[in-house]
Design a protein around this ligand. Structure first.
Ligand code: OAD
Length: 254
């Protein structure tokens, strides 16, 4: 039997978490990622067809991430951890903004842009402290390096770990994800029966499944608002008056 320990907040984040840091979301752009078709830059077939283009694309994204700074939402989650709440973050984002804000428990479901990996053995991973990946940069097995990012059509090796984390939540906070990509969206189904879930997203009223709380605000406003409350009370409750501070739903029948 587990002792009553610190309450455990699990946070599932998506591109909207980093939007206020200047990193664009995906689905707002009509199947294009920073002007490139997704199939060209985010599939194994795209890499096989034109590896140089794919490497250049991620090298540019990596420089963008290096220039970006954590925003108020990243910082609030790191402060909550310092205040003694157990905070586990499962992020779909490939940037390192949660870590740079000071969060210590971060699982990257879709990989990390600041890492390279072998194109024949996904366990061979290498940190990219500066610069990018060039054609001819090889792993220890002699194959071309590629970004350590999970592409469409590839398996998500950390999914089982993420399920285990969500299954231990006292509260699941979902921030800035359209919940359009599998299997990440299925993580909501792993929440224990006696735990609540809340979605923070400007589109929360459209996205949140029935029974899930909604705070229709940008991450940089919504996350600090909840975190201040939790720091003050030491408890992971979500009072109705805080949810009511999000924009009112236009027509909400359930
Ligand atoms: P999406 O672009 O699909 O969704 C972004 C979400 O962020 C939308 O629901 C927006 O309403 C919301 N949003 C926008 N601005 C926001 C803000 N300031 N604060 C809070 N929310 C905001 O991104 P993801 O759901 O993360 O995969 O996409 C999932 C995966 O699809 C990504 O990890 C990526 C992508 O293809 C890979 O790269 C493998």
């Amino acid at each position: 039997m587990e002792e009553q320990g610190a309450p455990h907040l699990v946070v599932l984040t998506g591109a909207g978490m980093s939007a206020e840091s200047g990193i664009r979301t995906f689905r707002a752009t009509d199947g294009l990622w920073e002007e490139h078709p997704i199939e060209a830059v985010a599939t194994p077939e795209g890499f096989a067809r034109d590896p140089e283009r794919v490497l250049r694309f991620y090298n540019e994204r990596r420089e963008q991430v290096r220039r970006a700074e954590p925003n108020a939402a990243h910082r609030a989650l790191a402060e909550l951890e310092k205040a003694g709440i157990r905070v586990s973050i499962v992020t779909q984002n490939i940037d390192d903004l949660h870590e740079r804000a000071g969060s210590s428990d971060v699982l990257h479901l879709h990989g990390e842009i600041l890492m390279a990996r072998s194109s024949v053995d996904e366990r061979l991973r290498y940190p990219l402290r500066q610069g990018g990946i060039r054609m001819g940069d090889l792993c220890d097995k002699g194959s071309q390096l590629r970004p350590d990012v999970v592409w469409f059509g590839e398996s998500v090796p950390r999914y089982a770990d993420a399920c285990d984390i969500v299954a231990e939540a006292d509260l699941l906070l979902v921030v800035g994800t359209s919940l359009a990509v599998m299997p990440a969206a299925l993580l909501l189904e792993q929440v224990p029966l006696d735990a609540d879930a809340v979605v923070i997203d400007p589109d929360a009223h459209q996205l949140a499944p029935p029974g899930v709380g909604r705070l229709a605000l940008p991450a940089g406003e919504g996350v600090p608002r909840l975190v201040e409350h939790w720091k003050a009370t030491g408890r992971l409750e979500v009072p109705d008056h805080l949810l009511a501070t999000g924009l009112a739903p236009s027509s909400d029948n359930g």
